[in-house]
Design a protein around this ligand. Sequence first.
Ligand SMILES: Cc1cc2nc3c(=O)[nH]c(=O)nc-3n(C[C@H](O)[C@H](O)[C@H](O)COP(=O)(O)OP(=O)(O)OC[C@H]3O[C@@H](n4cnc5c(N)ncnc54)[C@H](O)[C@@H]3O)c2cc1C
Length: 105
Amino acid sequence: MKKIAIVGGGPSGVFSAIKILEFTDNIAKKPEITIFDNKNILHTILPTGNGRCNLCHAEYDNIELAKNFPRGEKFLYSVFSRYGTGDTIADFEGLGVKTYIQDDL
Ligand SMILES: Cc1cc2nc3c(=O)[nH]c(=O)nc-3n(C[C@H](O)[C@H](O)[C@H](O)COP(=O)(O)OP(=O)(O)OC[C@H]3O[C@@H](n4cnc5c(N)ncnc54)[C@H](O)[C@@H]3O)c2cc1C
């Protein structure tokens, strides 16, 4: 069995662990994943509150979405083409987290 260490139990680390397990469809080959964090896992999402959390920017056009990241715009075209806004929303809905889109305030 492969062993994977993820350093940092913020949203990125936890999401990576979930995705690694999802992409390993052969249950016998599922890796053992350990998340190391020097504080409590997911403590960084606690400040998001009042029952609301912005989980993605509802821009479905990948080129428009990438414009929001001036330092990584070109690199993000390929990233967003593989995992974009629709994938993010579908993943959260799949976890039972209902979403809605709100205009910028
Ligand atoms: C008040 C507030 C409200 C926010 N609201 C939203 C929101 O509504 N929607 C949204 O999308 N984003 C929101 N954010 C931003 C969001 O919290 C960050 O974008 C997100 O936490 C980044 O995730 P990350 O996993 O990349 O990094 P982090 O959340 O920073 O996680 C890194 C983790 O690594 C750990 N770590 C660091 N160094 C080490 C080490 N050497 N060894 C072991 N562990 C280590 C840390 O303890 C931490 O748990 C908000 C942020 C704040 C401050």
